[in-house]
Design a protein around this ligand. Structure first.
Ligand code: FAD
Length: 318
């Protein structure tokens, strides 16, 4: 069976959920071989093996933390040479997409970004994408070189599938460009205690209907009752009620959670572009004609200032 490289996103050896989802998808198209780089790379092996990695290629070097993405691209290119995989899968984070694009260029390969599903095809892996502001769902296949595919978080379930997970050292010779851009400082964002928006299993968003930054407290309360991330429409962000880092949509972040709850959001095409692939969509809107209701699995026609606190209270009592 062909091997499939999976780029491991981890923090000091703690594997992040999108990588475990990639392992689920990788198993559909071949045998997953994980590539873990940087501080703690070796510590990822047990978790990766539990989720189906047959081999874990590791390389620890300061360059991965001290410089931007090029050292990681060098390492993935070395892994491609060593393994000759059927595909390379990378999480669709900002960094992941940059790594994937640079790798595809180096390999002379086609790239598919922001896939939401993956299946085996006769001529290679077939990816499902949501394109043109979510107006169409397409099935795409790379026809040149080793397919490089980035996959959106929450596109697959995390599944235990114990495998050998044999740890092997990867030999990497860094290119001249690897040390081109040095990271001089890292300033961690103040933690809200909520999950990262693009990785959260549940996202609770507020729009213009929230009517003021102070009222976002009720959106946050609902989010906290569900362990969710908070999102916002551009109208709410432009009004200065919530930070741009939380904007969902065409010019914000793209999310694909299990559950998306839109409160006081009309459902403009540019907002839908960032959330339409959510598995279950719920909207609270006082206008029964709001376009968001064309999209939802469950819709509540009502004033969010009545509905949301009741919902939060109900969830908190369970
Ligand atoms: P509105 O469209 O004003 O809708 C507010 C909704 O709240 C209404 O449906 C109303 O019935 C409801 N409401 C009001 N009060 C209540 C209440 N008390 N209880 C319940 N419901 C209530 N938008 C994005 O979101 N993300 C993007 O990334 C984005 N990118 C864009 C890029 C471009 C190039 C352009 C041109 C636009 C972009 N937009 C984006 C803007 C987009 O077109 C809409 O203007 C925006 O999404 C509207 O936000 P909204 O739904 O919060 O506001």
């Amino acid at each position: 069976m062909a091997e499939v490289l999976v780029f491991v996103d981890h923090v000091d050896g703690a594997v992040r959920k999108p990588t475990l989802e990639l392992l689920t998808l990788a198993r559909r198209i071949g045998e997953p071989v994980a590539v873990a780089l940087g501080n703690g790379a070796g510590d990822t092996a047990a978790t990766l093996a539990e989720h189906g990695a047959t081999r874990v290629l590791t390389h620890e070097a300061a360059e991965y933390a001290d410089y931007l993405v090029v050292p990681k691209v060098d390492a993935l290119q070395a892994a491609v040479s060593a393994v000759s995989p059927a595909a390379v899968l990378v999480p669709s984070s900002a960094e992941g997409k940059e790594i994937a694009a640079r790798l595809a260029l180096r390999l002379g390969s086609g790239i598919i970004t922001d896939a939401v599903d993956l299946e085996a095809g006769e001529d290679g892996p077939v990816a499902t994408q949501s394109v043109f502001a979510a107006s169409f769902t397409t099935k795409t296949r790379v026809s040149q070189g080793t397919p490089v595919i980035t996959v959106k978080p929450n596109s697959a379930a995390v599944e235990a599938a114990p495998a050998a997970g044999a740890v092997e050292a990867l030999t990497v010779a860094f290119s001249a460009a690897a040390t081109g851009t040095k990271v001089t400082a890292r300033t961690p964002r103040e933690s809200t205690g909520r999950p990262e928006l693009t990785e959260a299993a549940i996202v609770v968003s507020g729009g213009r209907g929230v009517n003021g930054s102070e009222n976002f407290a009720i959106i946050e309360a609902l989010a906290d009752s569900l362990g969710a991330a908070v999102g916002a429409s551009r109208a709410a962000v432009d009004a200065g009620w919530y930070p741009h880092t939380n904007q969902v949509g065409q010019t914000g972040k793209s999310v694909s959670p299990q559950l998306y709850i839109a409160n006081g959001i009309s459902g403009a095409i540019q907002h839908r572009a960032g959330m339409q692939t959510s598995k279950t969509i719920v909207a609270v809107n006082k206008d029964a004609e709001a376009p968001i209701f064309d999209l939802v699995d469950y819709g509540v026609v009502g004033d969010l200032f009545d509905v949301v606190p009741q919902l939060t209270e109900e969830i908190n009592t369970r």
